[in-house]
Design a protein around this ligand. Structure first.
Ligand SMILES: Cc1ncc(COP(=O)(O)O)c(C=O)c1O
Length: 475
């Protein structure tokens, strides 16, 4: 039996037990690192080395055990929480039938983009940085389909299928080539799907390579889960291109997943099919997962540039889709994962049971109707983006040397640098204060950025651009 504390009397043991317990929420993601820096008593160190570090090896933070199948080794189902106490000690310290905590407390840092918009998005008079497309009203959507109103009004408002209504999953699957309805797991927007995938697929100590700059959750959630994250850095100097040689160099024995976002936010960049094939080849060679954020797929300005979904290309590829961006229906909060790996899909479902359980029935119904007319909706949105981009090019042409950018190839956003501006946050604050125009400072993606995100997906763009032009010309 494990002895904790200095003496045999119950009071000491409870006190010491409480202090071990109390450490848990403060532990950083690498318990080993933590222990090196924090003075703990030898006894506690013994306990943690034996139990916590012992358990970490089972989750991939030390050399993989060749006798354990890869999927099992990674599975959270196989993850054994450390036993700080055993037998009677545990019962005494924590109360009978209590469960010891996991050794990690997720420490999510604030989501910079969301915090920025939180106080500005719905009060700024002129939105010039939106990442979605022009939205639709319920009436507009219903008008697309003669039976839509009846379908909506007859809808029972009970719980829905936890993986998504079968009709919706069937519709979503038609947007892929090799993905079946059962491979689709519907979520509350893309954000929830990022969370469930990362939680299901990754374990503390895993290494993940993440497209950078990118939507913060793609790197932040793995980091908070205790993974080490290598940014796969792209730059304007290299047209925001993904460098496959750099990917090769970033891989180490603990690498578990590659995370990409194509078409990309905030730059609007899009790799070639050859580059995507090369990324898949690297993943296949090393047995890695690819998590591919494809929320802007469908918004290529030239349809011939559209890439295959990663879930279609690669059996261990997971594609993220959503109604928010290409379809302009963010308020539905319907997103999904396309996962062909059965074991992984099952783990995602198990995690999702702890988040939203299931989606909203009216949202599922409206999303199904929208997808039935998906092509028309997306074409309208690409039309709006291309018109607005033409206006923006004209704006730049009459202000030569004032801005630098790599023109986007897909999606509703671009990353634009006002030349000579060093503090982009201050610049964006000034545009909002003086002209009522809401831009998004690139620092929400990368602290050293001097660029801002401009969004082309809204019909109000011309008016917002006009106001911004006045601000620029008065500068
Ligand atoms: C690249 C990317 N992925 C995921 C999301 C999350 O999408 P949603 O708001 O639909 O959850 C966003 C939202 O801005 C995004 O830009």
């Amino acid at each position: 039996m494990l002895q904790i504390g200095r003496g045999p009397d119950l009071g000491d043991r409870m006190e010491m037990a409480h202090s071990v317990e109390g450490l848990v929420p403060f532990m950083d993601h690498h318990v080993a690192e933590y222990l090196q820096n924090v003075p703990v008593s030898l006894k506690i160190r013994d306990v943690t080395e034996k139990y916590i570090l012992g358990d970490l090896s089972a989750t991939g933070s030390s050399a993989p055990d060749p006798h354990v199948a890869d999927d099992d080794r990674r599975s959270h189902a196989n993850f054994r929480p450390p036993h700080y106490f055993s037998g009677d000690d545990r019962d005494i310290a924590l109360g009978a039938r209590s469960t010891p905590p996991l050794p990690f407390a997720m420490q999510l840092r604030p989501f910079r983009l969301e915090r920025y918009y939180d106080t500005r998005e719905f009060t700024a008079p002129y939105m010039l940085s939106a990442s979605d497309c022009e939205s639709w009203t319920v009436a507009e959507l219903a008008a697309l389909d003669s039976g839509a109103t009846d379908r909506l009004l007859a809808l029972p408002l009970g719980y829905t299928h936890s993986t998504g209504h079968p009709e919706l999953r069937e519709r979503i699957a038609t947007t892929y080539d090799h993905v079946q309805p059962d491979d689709i797991i519907v979520h509350a927007g893309a954000q929830e799907a990022v969370f469930t995938f990362m939680t299901a697929a990754l374990a503390p100590g895993d290494h993940v390579i993440v497209h950078h700059p990118a939507y913060q959750s793609l790197a932040e959630i793995p980091r908070a889960l205790g993974c080490s994250v290598t940014p796969w850095t792209t730059s304007a100097t290299h047209d925001w291109a993904l460098d496959v040689d750099a990917l090769h160099r970033a891989i180490n024995p603990r690498t578990r997943a590659i995370v990409i976002n194509c078409p990309h936010s905030p730059t609007g960049s899009l790799p070639s099919a050859t580059t995507l094939d090369a990324i898949v080849a690297v993943a296949r060679e090393h047995g890695l997962l690819i998590f591919s954020d494809e929320v802007y797929r469908g918004l290529e300005y030239d349809e011939r540039d559209r890439l295959s979904a990663v879930a279609d290309l690669y059996e261990r590829g997971v594609s993220l889709g959503v109604m928010s961006k290409a379809y302009g229906l963010a308020g539905l909060r319907i997103g999904w994962l396309a996962v062909r790996d059965r074991a992984l899909a099952q783990r995602v479902r198990e995690v999702k049971d702890y988040t939203t359980i299931c989606s909203s029935a009216p949202s599922e119904c409206l999303a199904t109707i929208a997808l039935e007319h998906g092509r028309a909706i997306v074409q309208r949105n690409v039309g709006i983006i291309c018109d607005n981009l033409a206006r923006f090019r004209a704006f730049l042409e009459v202000r030569p040397g004032r801005f630098a950018w790599v023109p986007p190839r897909a999606g509703p956003v671009a990353f634009v640098s006002p030349v000579g501006v060093r503090d982009i946050e201050r610049y964006c604050d000034a545009a909002l204060a003086r002209a009522g125009v809401l831009l998004l400072p690139g620092t929400v993606f990368d602290e050293s950025s001097t660029a801002m995100r401009v969004g082309f997906g809204r019909r109000s763009f011309p008016e917002a651009l006009e106001r911004y032009a006045q601000f620029v010309d008065e500068e």
